[in-house]
Design a protein around this ligand. Sequence first.
Ligand SMILES: [Zn+2]
Length: 73
Amino acid sequence: MKCSACGASMSPVVSDFPFKVSSRTIVIIRDVPAYECDSCAEYLFADDVMERIDALLASATRSAELEIIRYAA
Ligand SMILES: [Zn+2]
């Protein structure tokens, strides 16, 4: 797995990520498996992880300004 920004190798991490789903709503997804670049701040998600993130964001409540969801069901 290589960083698309700088070409350095990426390490697997589990972290919390904020996603802006509308102008007023931010959804934080906890404990998301991702890859973190060793030399810059770039993050990358595997395809199946990205699909699950999309599904979680689609089901998020957009009336709240901030919602926190766990990645693992
Ligand atoms: Zn990088």
